[in-house]
Design a binder for this molecule. Structure first.
Ligand code: SAH
Length: 369
């Protein structure tokens, strides 16, 4: 809900200032319509329903996975696709994965969103409305900015949304912002009083391979990014979660695990290995065996490592996948060949061939490097 528009409308109606807070309180607790807000005068509820859209987003599709994951594809008022996911875990956690942009200007080669055209930054209300959508289904207690887009490139709106997430049930400590390593954003988050967790998408410790997978590495090289993360740790005293998507024969060798361990201080970083959610990118995910071996190698070097639970596979829950399928006009399928030279192989030789055989990247006019 656009709270600015709401506030303006309430002022025009001659309503007292506290009404905006009253409406927000209802919405944040999962109310589905103005009509439900029983402590508002009936006439006001009716006139708000006529003048203020209850959500800035409309639901275009919703997919329910057998494991309880729900993925929603929304449209903004100007027709941009936005995705968000609710993940339900056995331990009771109900975590939402939020988008910060429609599409993404970065072009990570393995990511479905990276292959879409960049639309625009989402407003704080469009970010909050993703959370409210799931709040209407049930309680939510964790949030990660791991949906579409690079949150650090839209940090004003992301932080404005984060300020209100506790009202929805999600404390700052249970909120994580994931970044490709956008240094100005990492520095701002470190300075912000909210104790929000930082997650870093690292994916390869080798500079050439990282630039291949994530072209933005040329703009913000990994050593500088690591230094910014260490400064975040010093300031916040909260470990940085490193995301590492496991791509067969590309970044999953023993040698690459050792190299990753050599750049991360175990006191400051924890690694989360991500099984690859297949997209049309041409990459193949590492086998469970290769992932386990990589994890063992990290642990041998003293690093804390976990393997991410895979959720919502049967509904294309990975970043950008639902939007890519629902509206081909927003996506591009320029990939031709597969990159991996050995299914789940964990050998240094298959990894070293990756840069020659990686699929070509699509470039568009609004990409950022
Ligand atoms: N732009 C931010 C946040 C969005 S992506 C970032 O990159 O951190 C959230 C995570 O999902 C990133 O680590 C990204 O690399 C990863 N990801 C993208 N596509 C994926 C896929 N198909 N399978 C598994 N993880 C993927």
């Amino acid at each position: 809900m656009d709270l600015k528009l709401l506030e303006q409308t309430l002022i025009e109606c001659g309503e007292p200032r506290y009404r905006t807070g009253q409406v927000w309180k209802w919405a944040a607790r999962g109310a589905g319509a103005f009509a439900d807000m029983s402590d508002l005068p009936l006439g006001l509820r009716e006139s708000l329903a006529d003048t203020v859209p209850f959500s800035t987003l409309t639901v275009e599709r919703e997919a329910h996975a057998s494991d309880g994951t729900i993925k929603a594809l929304f449209r903004t008022q100007d027709g941009r696709p936005v995705e968000a996911v609710l993940m339900v875990y056995r331990d009771g956690r109900r975590s939402i994965c939020l988008s910060s942009q429609s599409g993404c200007p970065l072009t990570c080669t393995f990511c479905a969103t990276g292959q879409m055209r960049f639309g625009r930054n989402l407003t704080a209300w469009e970010i909050l409305d993703q959370a409210l959508h799931f709040r209407r289904i049930g309680a939510v207690d964790h949030a990660v900015f791991m949906g579409m887009g690079e949150p650090m490139m839209n940090l004003d709106n992301v932080l404005a949304a984060c300020e209100r997430l506790p009202d929805v049930g999600i404390t700052h400590r249970r909120t994580a912002i994931s970044t490709i390593g956008w240094i100005p954003g990492i520095e701002r988050l470190a300075a912000d009083p909210m104790p929000i967790r930082l997650a870093l998408s690292l994916h390869a410790a080798d500079p050439a391979l990282r630039s291949e997978l994530m072209p933005v590495n040329e703009r913000y090289p990994l050593p500088d990014v690591i230094a910014a993360c260490e400064a975040y740790y010093e300031r916040k005293r909260r470990k940085v979660f490193v995301e590492y998507v496991m791509l067969a024969g590309v970044n999953d060798s023993f040698a690459q695990a050792a190299q990753l361990a050599s750049v991360l201080d175990p006191r400051m970083f924890k690694v989360n290995l991500i099984p690859y959610n297949p997209t049309d990118s041409g990459f193949t995910g590492s086998s469970p065996k290769a992932i386990a071996a990589f994890k063992d190698e990290l642990e041998r070097h003293g690093l804390d490592a976990t393997v991410r639970l895979t959720r919502g596979r049967d509904i294309d829950a990975a970043c950008g996948q639902l939007a890519a399928r629902a509206s081909p006009a927003w996506s591009s399928r320029s990939r031709s060949s597969a990159s991996s030279s050995g299914e789940g192989s964990n050998s240094a030789t298959s990894a070293s061939s990756s840069s020659e055989s990686s699929p070509n990247r699509r470039r568009n006019s609004s990409v950022v490097r």
